[in-house]
Design a binder for this molecule. Structure first.
Ligand SMILES: [Zn+2]
Length: 253
């Protein structure tokens, strides 16, 4: 299985990254996508993707709106160009809107410019979406991205999910599904076909509700898959097969 969203380049993993990758491989987690968050972090991400034979995306997270958006976008454009033949580069992001953290109009501008680059380089986008679905859906409808993308860490009802799906997006599901009180998400997973979902953990964030203070790792995926299998009343093998195929297809892995 593939963790489509894990920040394993972050310093939280500097002490035991090698052991973690070994443990993941033993558990059947064959690869991860390391999402980009800021200009400063890209080099480390690319180096780790190389070292551990996994994938990465390049982008600027809405929590890290740079001083000069134009200068940062020029750098992103140059990096995307430089790695356009690199098979490990699979998406633009993570980019998006977050009304609960560092919200300002600048997030809108930063996102617009990244969506335009995703279209230029014909890459899918990894979206971070918190309390700003209306603005996001309007923007995505305008850009009509050929390769679509994923709304990572999706939390919403089936109607909201369907609106993203109609724009070519998949929905990233992680540790939140394990929380019995995440009713909207659990219902969405029950109601919609499996082909619309991707597996992710958002490590080191989003630790499962029963270990809220701990560092999250891709090993949580095993529990996430079991929970989806339980909700869909299917075998874990069947769930894994479809979810893997979704990731391979969207990111052309
Ligand atoms: Zn993330």
């Amino acid at each position: 299985m593939i963790d489509t969203h894990a920040h394993l380049d972050m310093s939280a993993f500097d002490g035991d990254r090698e052991q973690l990758f070994e443990a993941m491989h033993r558990s059947g987690i064959t690869s991860v996508i390391l999402p980009g968050v800021s200009v400063d972090q890209w080099q480390k991400q690319i180096q780790i993707a190389q070292q551990f034979d996994c994938f990465f995306s390049l982008g600027i997270h809405p929590w890290y709106v740079p001083e000069s958006i134009d200068a940062a976008i020029i750098k992103l454009d140059a990096m995307l160009q430089q790695h356009s033949k690199n098979k490990r580069l699979v998406a633009v992001g993570e980019c998006g809107l977050d009304k609960l953290h560092h919200w300002s109009d600048k997030q809108l501008l930063l996102l617009e410019k990244q969506l335009a680059l995703a279209q230029t380089y014909q890459l899918p986008v990894i979206l971070h979406a918190v309390k700003a679905h209306q603005e996001l859906l309007t923007m995505l409808a305008h850009f009509k991205l050929t390769r679509g993308g994923v709304v990572h860490g999706f939390y919403g009802n089936s109607d909201m999910a369907k609106r993203y799906i109609s724009l070519g997006f998949k929905l990233g599901v992680g540790g939140l599904i394990l929380n019995p009180s995440a009713k909207k998400l659990r219902e969405t997973v029950v109601n919609l076909p499996l082909e619309h979902f991707l597996l992710e953990t958002d490590s080191p964030s989003m630790a499962p509700f029963d270990h809220p203070q701990s560092r999250n790792t891709p090993l949580t995926l095993l529990r996430v898959v079991s929970e989806i299998a339980f909700l869909k009343e299917k075998s874990t093998v069947c769930i894994l097969e479809q979810l893997n195929q979704n990731a391979l297809q969207l990111f052309d892995l």
